[in-house]
Design a protein around this ligand. Structure first.
Ligand code: NAD
Length: 481
């Protein structure tokens, strides 16, 4: 698969060009370990140019474009994404190792974000406020200006859609720094946005290393909003950089999300969600349901059923489209292997065997279920970001809530139970930005506000809520006597 654009270039001001250093970075196929392309090693000079191009767009056509026209561009972009679905899916599958049908799902989600935010662009309104006699007071929702977007490698297209889609719908001009492991679809998206009629400079894409291009973007004084998805450690740095320039920041930093399974749950319905919540995208999902908390009386039954389901999972290179592909990088594989080494043999409740014939250089990890560990064990507390789940028993509702809320994270949670009262009671008490009752993930719903509490971050993306995050509110008070 050869991209229809030159991936060694960066996209600034509506045009392709080499980065200032002229240096490139390798793109490795995670399924094989073989270098498959090269991308630009953008740096501070390129970020300066990208920000200048974004400022020029705001001072030009983009800054005065009607909300309806911005929406039409996003709707055209949605169609273009769908027209390129096969190319984008293959590009992503080869680049990050996700099975082809998962990559296809990501393309559909990207198109849906463009559609949702395209339709919403001219629906965001201010309000009039009853005030003293002689005044008329109203509010205006205005773009921040230049927005910086730093995204990770696990769901590049979905995160581009939710972040760039909302920022463009509200009239910001964006500078996007994709993860060094996953730049191809970000560059493709910039090209499609250009084809859709997005004015030059409204979206600029600068691949490069986090410590170079990423740090330069977060530190740039002309960037007026930062949106970051990734690790807690980097999120902290981004927030510090935002504080230096006094700009708002949205942080989405992952989690250790619990799925609470009560004895009265419909296990036939729950089982696919319990397993898939942990292994989807080889567990490299910020909202992975990686902590299964189960009421003690059904612990052994659930352990046996999960072991059977996990044992039947198919693992293969991304393009073979199995249940699980490789992890994104040898580095990520090493991180997960070090976590697995903390489990003793009797704590491994289930592990799917790696099939013979997997490419030597691929980053494959067998899906694993771990049990017989206390809730404060590192395996039950830390985000592993691999196909590894833990099973922890609880006694009753109180115990379930104590364990569920007993990590530093709070991204999502689910409750599996037939008792409606219990669902309502516990949904209020869970520390999480999203709670699912008898489902997990709500099929990704682009309409649903998403984000965390605690070390999972703050601010909300997705849904209409993101339009508020990407605007600033101005109150106008007119005294007319
Ligand atoms: P990371 O946080 O280092 O990288 C995410 C993004 O931040 C990338 O685009 C990267 O280039 C950029 N970045 C890195 N350093 C930066 C800096 N100093 N300033 C600005 N931008 C910078 O994540 P990672 O190292 O790729 O993955 C490590 C761990 O992060 C994973 O094991 C996982 O736990 C977590 N993670 C979470 C998510 C999520 O969706 N929440 C996504 C990816 C990784």
């Amino acid at each position: 698969m050869t991209p229809w654009f030159d991936p060694t270039l960066i996209f600034i001001g509506g045009a392709w060009r080499p980065c200032a250093s002229g240096e490139t970075l390798p793109v490795t196929d995670p399924s094989t370990g073989v270098e498959m392309a090269r991308i630009a090693r953008g740096g501070a000079l390129d970020i300066d140019d990208a920000v200048a191009a974004a400022e020029a767009a705001l001072a030009g056509d983009w800054g005065v474009m009607s909300a309806a026209e911005r929406g039409r561009i996003l709707l055209r972009l949605s169609h273009l994404v769908l027209n390129h679905a096969d190319q984008l899916a293959e590009m992503e599958a080869r680049d990050v190792g996700k099975p082809l049908k998962q990559a296809h799902n990501d393309v559909i989600a990207l198109a849906r974000y463009c559609e949702f935010y395209g339709g919403a662009a001219d629906k965001l309104t201010g309000e009039t406020i009853p005030f003293n006699a002689g005044f008329t007071v109203y509010t205006l929702r205005e773009p921040h200006g230049v927005t910086g977007h730093i995204i990770p490698w696990n769901y590049p297209m979905q995160i581009i859609g939710r972040s760039i889609g909302a920022a463009l719908a509200t009239g910001n001009a964006c500078v996007l720094k994709p993860a060094e492991e996953a730049c191809l679809t970000a560059l493709a998206f910039a090209d499609l946005a250009h084809q859709a009629g997005l004015p030059a400079g409204a979206l600029n894409v600068v691949p490069g290393l986090g410590a170079e291009a990423g740090a330069a973007l977060t530190a740039h004084p002309a960037v007026r909003h930062l949106s970051f998805t990734g690790s807690v450690a980097t999120g902290r740095r981004v927030q510090i950089a935002a504080a230096e320039n006094i700009v708002p920041v949205t942080l989405e930093l992952g989690g250790k999300s619990p799925q609470l399974v009560f004895a009265d749950a419909d296990l036939d319905k729950a089982l696919p969600f319990l397993v898939n919540g942990g292994i989807q995208n080889a567990g490299q999902t910020c909202s992975a349901g990686s902590r299964i908390l189960v009421q003690r009386e059904i612990h052994d039954t659930l352990a046996a059923r999960m072991a059977e389901a996990i044992g039947a999972l198919r693992i293969a290179p991304a393009m073979d489209d199995a249940d699980i592909g490789p992890l994104v990088s040898a580095r990520q594989k090493g991180i997960v292997e070090r976590f697995l080494a903390q489990a003793s043999p009797d704590q491994i409740l289930a592990q799917a065997p790696l099939p013979d014939g997997l490419p030597e250089g691929g980053n494959y990890i067998p899906p694993t279920l771990i049990g017989h560990i206390p809730p404060d064990h590192a395996l039950a507390q830390d985000e592993i970001f691999g196909p590894v789940q833990v099973l922890i028993p609880f006694e009753d509702e109180e115990d379930a809530i104590r364990i569920a809320n007993g990590t530093k994270y709070g991204l999502v949670a689910s409750i599996w139970s037939a008792d409606g009262g219990r669902q309502m009671r516990l949904a209020k008490r869970l520390h999480a930005g999203q709670v699912f009752l008898n489902n997990y993930g709500a099929a990704g719903g682009v309409e649903l506000p998403f984000g965390g509490v605690g070390h999972s971050g703050h601010g909300r993306e997705k849904g209409f809520e993101a339009l508020y995050a990407f605007t600033t509110l101005k109150t106008v008070a007119a005294h007319h006597g």
